[in-house]
Design a protein around this ligand. Structure first.
Ligand SMILES: Cc1cc2nc3c(=O)[nH]c(=O)nc-3n(C[C@H](O)[C@H](O)[C@H](O)COP(=O)(O)O)c2cc1C
Length: 342
């Protein structure tokens, strides 16, 4: 693969996950606090993706969670067919129970979080902590597999030591336990994205299993996508932070969508309007401020624009700031200012 056209053809090649097909191999990675329903709606309006993932939901909470109240375990009915709900938890029974609810609600599938290295999650034995207790991680996959017939996916990272053999063995064990696809993020816990991911291990995992593997980590430019596919042979691409910076990136890589100079202004305003539609003003402001650093990472004067944008306590204030700062398109960078990719 060498060109944007090659990347586009690859992304638009259908992929089978379990007993279901998706028309496109580019997916939104799960991101707590960012990949919520209003953001997913914004991405859906641009299109060009195969699947969208929710942020991680607590398996303990999911069986009784009220989607009308929850900010995390909530969705639009029309997105269910292309949305995967991610859960975290430490024991097979609660993960299986949560998976059953997710299947009953009609999601495309369920994703198991074996990658989060945040202390609060690992302390409970969940997320990446499960890579310290591999048998338990595999038991969780088996229990979830037995509980549901929808696609079961696993997102995991290299482990707690830089040992590609461990990552490969885990991928094979997850496949054997019934996982239908893997998303692999080649970083060692507890590194939270400061060092470069080692893409070579994505290739090793991909070659070692027969189920699809989505490569994840530092996909910023289309050239990165081309390089990840050509050097690893992965079956799909999973994008996190760059999708927040450019919610049209799926449409751009997959459909050749060409953003005009006003894209930053119109997209940020649409995000603001969607947040206002879903949430009360105070909460919408809070959510907008979480997304803003990624979005501002596109600009040459990112820090200064971000600082000015954040000076608002209401969504009307945010909208006024957006009009003032972005209606004359600011100078952009060819690659994002990753200092803002918190
Ligand atoms: C704010 C934030 C929240 C995240 N939350 C989750 C999560 O809930 N579950 C998960 O598996 N990964 C989570 N991640 C990790 C991403 O899915 C992804 O692996 C990581 O950002 C690297 O991909 P990227 O370079 O494309 O951003 C999160 C990342 C960020 C930046």
């Amino acid at each position: 693969m060498h060109s944007l056209k090659d990347l586009k053809d690859y992304l638009n090649t259908p992929l089978t996950i379990g007993d279901r097909d998706i028309p496109n191999r580019m997916v939104l990675a799960p991101m707590a606090g960012l990949g919520h329903a209003p953001f997913r709606q914004l991405v859906t309006e641009f299109g060009g993706f195969g699947l969208l993932f929710t942020g991680m939901c607590s398996a303990k909470a999911v069986p009784t969670e009220n989607p009308k109240v929850s900010h995390v375990f909530t969705w639009r009915p029309e997105e269910l067919h292309h949305t995967v709900c991610q859960i975290f938890g430490a024991d097979p029974e609660s993960m299986a129970r949560a998976a059953r609810r997710i299947e009953d609600e009609g999601f495309f599938g369920v994703d198991l979080n074996f990658g989060c290295s945040v202390a609060a999650i690992c302390k409970k034995g969940a997320g990446a902590a499960l890579l310290k207790t591999p048998e338990r991680a595999v038991d969780i996959v088996s229990a979830v597999r037995e509980a549901v017939s929808c696609p079961v996916m696993v997102k995991y990272r290299t482990g707690w030591a830089n040992d590609p053999k461990f990552a490969v063995a885990m991928g094979q064990a997850f496949e054997k336990a019934g996982a239908d696809a893997l998303t692999f993020h080649p970083r060692v816990a507890p590194d939270r994205r400061s060092r470069r991911p080692d893409w070579e291990i994505i290739g090793k995992v991909t070659r070692a299993v027969d189920i699809p593997v989505f490569g994840n980590g530092n996909l910023f430019l289309a050239e990165d996508g081309i390089r990840m596919v050509s050097t690893t042979g992965c079956d799909g691409l999973s994008l996190g932070r760059m999708a927040v910076a450019k919610p049209w990136i799926f449409a751009q890589w997959s459909h050749g969508f060409e953003p005009g100079p006003d894209i930053y202004h119109t997209t940020a305003l649409r995000m603001a309007d969607l947040l206002s539609l879903y949430h009360e003003d105070f909460f919408a402001v809070k959510m907008f401020k979480k997304l803003a650093p990624y979005f501002c990472a596109n600009f040459k004067f990112s820090q200064s624009i971000l600082k000015q944008l954040m000076k608002a306590d209401t969504m009307d204030g945010i909208r006024e700031n957006l009009d003032r700062l972005l209606s004359d398109p600011p100078e952009t960078l060819s690659a994002p200012n990753i200092n803002l990719f918190v």
